[in-house]
Design a protein around this ligand. Structure first.
Ligand code: HEC
Ligand code: HEC
Length: 480
């Protein structure tokens, strides 16, 4: 930074800071000196110095001498005070500079992370991580197209797949879930503050992306290895600093995991559910019993009562149960539409709507049934582990299972290894070590289990899940 650049920006940004005051003071002194030089040296009436009489000896040895000595003393005193002061301030100044540096890095990271519509978005700089990972980094989805992995769908040598003959081989558009990043530093914990293995792992993911998933590569290189991304090390560090700055606490992360589990499992008792279902049925019966010539207001009231009762039911239902309720309403509406249809086109359209609503209901009901018989460990595995250990889980939609190829067997391997057919029990004959591994995750080149060598890619869940949740998952895994 040149002097000309630094002076105005410092004063403009923070006019009352110590530095600004010193700079302003210096500028004033400089100005005063310049004026003084001009006035004394360029005065036309001024006598030449050799003709100007100097002070006589009396003055030179008394008041003049005292004045000079006085000024000398004063300057020494100022230096004597200023030097220690400067020295005392220095560590604070240095750490403030470091903090300012970190703050600016986080700000740059926020801009890189932002997507259109976000507060920090900059059309020239932003990489739009937020588009997939959520504006606040709490997770989201990426729409992407996948090919059917079935060997039947592999293009023949030198040719292309005949999609007309094999319609099931058409690539499908899916919604691939992108994990939350406001907990990623909890999942990839550092070995120690000096040995930031977790941060390195996250950096590697950002630099190289996750091949085979929508997560692109962003960095140009990692420790000398070239990647296909476009961002230099400084930008990747800025992103890491920003992501680290938005991490939530382990307590909040565990509360989030518990809420996700509760939403899937449902927390209401069968009695509570039955009670609210009955309220819905009653509201419906009241509405349906209204005579055809009932006043509009009465009809509206009765309809509102049904909506209210349904909302109250959904409030305590699990997500799959809510899907059933929604599908039931869709079926009912389609049936009413069909009954009221007059033209052939209307009949056809409402028949299609009814068919689709019935399929929706079937899928939702199948989801409810599956969740009902699943153990807690299985549901927790689905929510926290399956995206890496079950092929295709990241885009599986239980409400639309035909949208894409079905996921592989649960725990059958994906980005992470196969955990089925006793392979975990062989890797960890001792359940306590299995538990410990899930709690801490793997570390690059550190052996684990009987024959495992860590790559650092397996996250640790000690801060993400409660003890009981990890116990339940491990129990489930050992019996896969
Ligand atoms: C096109 C969507 C998309 C964009 C844009 C994107 N990501 Fe991702 N990201 C994903 C998906 C999907 C995954 C999960 C991949 C998987 O299933 O293993 C992921 C995974 C990650 C992970 C690993 C998290 C974990 O626990 O597995 C990190 C870290 C990450 N992304 C950071 C970033 C950063 C930083 C940016 C911006 C520079 C970014 N992502 C931009 C889709 C995206
Ligand atoms: C981000 C992806 C990812 C997630 C999420 C994940 N794992 Fe893993 N897991 C891996 C990888 C990769 C390995 C292989 C070890 C390595 O590369 O260091 C692994 C290895 C394992 C192993 C050892 C398997 C063996 O035979 O070597 C177990 C057990 C395991 N994971 C359990 C879990 C459990 C339980 C969860 C959820 C609580 C989970 N994983 C979530 C990626 C993941």
């Amino acid at each position: 930074m040149t002097l000309a650049e630094s002076i105005p920006s410092e004063i403009v940004n923070d006019p009352t800071s110590f530095r600004s005051l010193v700079i302003i003071l210096n500028l004033l002194v400089l100005l005063g000196l310049t004026i003084w030089v001009f006035r004394t040296h360029f005065r036309t009436t001024r006598k030449p110095p050799n003709l100007t009489p100097n002070y006589d000896d009396d003055i030179l040895e008394t008041s003049r001498l005292e004045k000079v000595l006085g000024w000398a003393l004063l300057s020494s005193a100022i230096i004597a005070v200023a030097l220690p002061l400067y020295w005392l301030r220095e560590p604070g100044r240095q750490s403030a500079a470091q903090e300012g540096f970190d703050e600016r890095s986080v700000e740059r990271g926020a801009i890189l992370f932002a997507a259109e519509g976000g507060e920090d978005f900059d059309a020239n700089l932003s990489l739009a991580c937020a588009n997939c990972h959520g504006g606040d980094g709490s997770g989201g989805n990426a729409t992407t197209v996948i090919a059917n992995p079935d060997p039947v769908c592999e293009p023949p040598e030198g040719g292309e797949v005949d999609f007309d003959a094999n319609p099931e081989c058409r690539p499908s558009q899916v919604s691939w879930s992108a994990p939350p990043l406001d907990t990623v530093f909890l999942r990839y914990p550092d070995q120690s503050p000096e040995n930031r293995t977790g941060r390195e792992q996250i950096k590697q993911i950002i630099v190289f992306g996750r091949p085979g998933t929508p997560m692109p590569a962003w960095g140009t290189d990692y420790g000398g290895i070239t990647s296909t991304g476009a961002k230099n090390d400084q930008a990747i560090e800025d992103l890491l600093n920003y992501i680290e700055s938005i991490q939530i606490s382990p307590e909040d992360a565990q509360a989030r995991a518990t809420t996700q589990f509760d939403d899937l499992r449902g927390t209401a008792t069968p009695e509570e559910l039955a009670q609210r279902e009955e309220a819905v049925a009653e509201a419906r019966a009241t509405r349906d019993a209204l005579p055809a010539d009932a006043p509009e207001e009465t009809v509206a009231e009765a309809t509102d009562a049904v909506t209210n009762a349904i909302n109250q039911l959904k409030e305590i239902q699990s997500t799959p149960q809510q899907a059933v309720t929604d599908a039931e309403i869709a079926v009912e509406e389609a049936e009413a539409q069909l009954a009221a249809a007059e033209t052939l086109d209307e009949v056809e359209a409402s028949e299609l709507a009814l068919e689709s609503a019935e399929r929706q209901l079937e899928n939702a009901q199948a989801w409810v049934d599956r969740v009902e018989i699943a153990s807690d460990g299985e549901l927790l595995f689905e929510l926290n582990c399956a995206r890496c250990h079950t092929d295709g889980w990241s885009y599986f939609n239980p409400l639309d299972p035909d949208a894409a190829p079905l996921p592989g067997p649960q725990g059958g391997g994906g980005f992470g290894p196969n955990l089925r057919e006793g392979s975990v029990a062989r890797q960890f004959p001792n359940p306590a070590l299995h538990l410990e591994f899930v709690r801490t995750g793997s570390t690059y080149q550190v052996p684990y289990g009987v024959a495992g060598i860590g790559t650092g890619r397996m996250p640790g869940f000690a801060q993400m899940l409660t003890e009981e949740q990890i116990d339940a998952i491990v129990d489930y895994e050992r019996n896969l």
